[in-house]
Ligand binder design. Structure first.
Ligand SMILES: [Fe+2]
Length: 187
């Protein structure tokens, strides 16, 4: 059954191996108050887990499920429990200062990209520091994602209702810059 998908859909994003949801590196309530335990349960357990399951079973659209699985793994792994004055320190600071001048300017640019994105999207910084929007689950292996933010409503509406900007403003407190730094190594 799964082979049929590969024959029908030999896009770059698909892979002939199974894909699995990465385990969280934090407890489901540890991102509070930025991201509630209810949102993690709904988003990680309820939604994200299904993409790898469906992909491995050959159910639904293979590209959509594969992209959803990869993107959610990248997203949840670049989050960490909130820290006071959380900001880039290592490779990410060097890159962001070089490309944007400062972390504050970088956040302004992310906000422009984030607020301009309509519908269901992701915002990411690639390993050169450039910002991009991914529509839906349109992941490509060539994207070289260093930092990824889920901008789909399911990531924030439970906690922030209609206030998408507040979600973005708060998410800086839970970005795991050490993971971003590792993704930038050798980039
Ligand atoms: Fe999501």
């Amino acid at each position: 059954m799964r082979m049929l998908h590969f024959i029908k859909s030999l896009k770059e994003s698909t892979d002939n191996r199974e894909i699995y949801q990465d385990k969280l590196k934090f407890a489901k309530n540890e991102l509070e108050p930025v991201m509630s335990e209810a949102t993690i349960k709904y988003h990680y357990d309820g939604l994200a887990a299904k993409y790898s399951e469906r992909y491995n079973k050959g159910e639904g659209d293979a590209d959509f499920n594969y992209g959803g699985a990869v993107l959610h793994n990248l997203f949840f792994s670049n989050l960490a429990p909130p820290r006071a004055a959380n900001k880039p320190e290592g490779n990410s600071k060097i890159l962001i200062d070089d490309v944007y001048g400062s972390f504050d300017k970088f956040k302004e640019e992310v906000e422009k990209e984030f607020m301009a994105a309509q519908g269901s999207n992701w915002i990411y910084m690639d390993t050169s520091g450039a910002l991009h929007t991914i529509h839906n689950h349109e992941y490509k292996k060539t994207m070289k994602i260093a930092l990824l933010i889920d901008a789909w409503e399911h990531a924030w509406a439970l906690d922030y209702q209609q206030d998408k900007a507040k979600y973005l403003n708060n998410i800086w407190r839970i970005i795991n810059w050490e993971v971003v730094d590792i993704r930038l190594q050798g980039a």
